[in-house]
Design a protein around this ligand. Structure first.
Ligand SMILES: [Zn+2]
Length: 235
C-alpha cells in the first residue's frame, strides 16, 4: 500500500472517532430534555387543577352566602308564625318555610359535595407537586451527568484532534484538500478498499484496466462511481 494511503486511512480512523464522539455529545441532553418536557406537562396540569380549585371555592362561597341569607329569612318566617291570623296565612307561611328548608338542605349538601371535590383536587395538586419535585431532582442529577460526560468527551476529542493534526502534517496539501472535500460529502468515509474489482463502499465495479493499475499500486486512484480514494484489498 502506498504510504500516503495508509496515512489517510489512519486520519480517517481518527476523524471518524471524533465524528462519533461529536454525535454522542449532541445526544447527551436528550434524556434531560424529555424530563423537562414532562415537568412542563405536569406544571400545566397543576395550573389546570388550581383553576378548577379556584372555581370550586368561588362556588362554595356563593352557596355559603346564600345559605346564610336564607337562614336569616327562615328565622324571620318562623318568627312570623306566632302572629298568623288565619289558616290561609298559616298555610302560605308553612309552605314558604318548608321550601326554604328544602333549598337550604340542598345548599348544605352541595357544600359537602364541594368540600369533597376540593379535598380531592388538593390531594391531586399535592401529588403532582411531589412528582415535579422528583423530576426536578432527576433533572439536576442528569445535568451533572451531562456536564461530566461532556468534559470527558471534550478531553477525548482534544486528544484525538492533536493526534489528527500530527498525522495530517504528513499529507500533501492537495491530497488533504481532496480528503476534506470527500469527508464532508461522504460522511467521513474517504478511503475505500476494492475487493475483486468492486468498491467495498459503493459496491460498484471498477473498470478492469483501472483495477489492474490499482493492483500495481503505482499511484493514487479514485472510484469512478463514488470518487473515494481506493486501494486493492490483497487476499
Ligand atoms: Zn466507490
Amino acid at each position: 500500500m502506498r504510504p500516503e494511503l495508509s496515512t489517510l486511512i489512519r486520519l480517517q480512523g481518527i476523524d471518524l472517532e471524533i465524528r462519533k464522539l461529536g454525535l454522542e455529545k449532541a445526544e447527551l441532553p436528550e434524556r434531560l430534555n424529555a424530563l423537562k418536557e414532562l415537568m412542563t406537562e405536569k406544571e400545566t396540569e397543576i395550573a389546570e387543577l388550581k383553576d378548577k380549585l379556584a372555581d370550586l371555592r368561588t362556588r362554595k362561597t356563593e352557596v355559603e352566602d346564600e345559605l346564610e341569607l336564607e337562614s336569616e329569612r327562615l328565622k324571620k318566617s318562623q318568627q312570623k308564625m306566632s302572629s298568623v291570623k288565619n289558616s290561609r296565612e298559616y298555610q302560605a307561611l308553612s309552605k314558604e318555610i318548608e321550601e326554604i328548608k328544602k333549598s337550604n338542605k340542598a345548599r348544605e349538601d352541595e357544600i359537602l359535595q364541594l368540600d369533597e371535590e376540593i379535598d380531592e383536587l388538593k390531594k391531586q395538586v399535592k401529588e403532582k407537586n411531589k412528582e415535579v419535585e422528583k423530576l426536578k431532582k432527576e433533572a439536576s442529577a442528569e445535568e451533572k451527568n451531562i456536564s461530566r460526560a461532556e468534559k470527558d468527551i471534550d478531553a477525548k476529542i482534544a486528544a484525538l484532534t492533536a493526534e489528527r493534526d500530527e498525522v495530517a502534517k504528513d499529507v500533501k496539501p492537495e491530497l488533504m484538500a481532496r480528503y476534506r472535500f470527500l469527508a464532508e460529502k461522504r460522511a467521513g468515509i474517504v478511503v475505500a478498499a476494492v475487493d475483486e474489482g468492486v468498491c467495498s463502499v459503493c459496491n460498484m465495479n471498477i473498470p478492469p484496466q483501472m483495477y489492474n493499475e490499482l493492483l500495481r499500486d503505482e499511484k493514487l486512484l479514485f472510484c469512478p462511481s463514488c470518487q473515494r480514494i481506493i486501494y486493492a484489498l490483497k487476499a
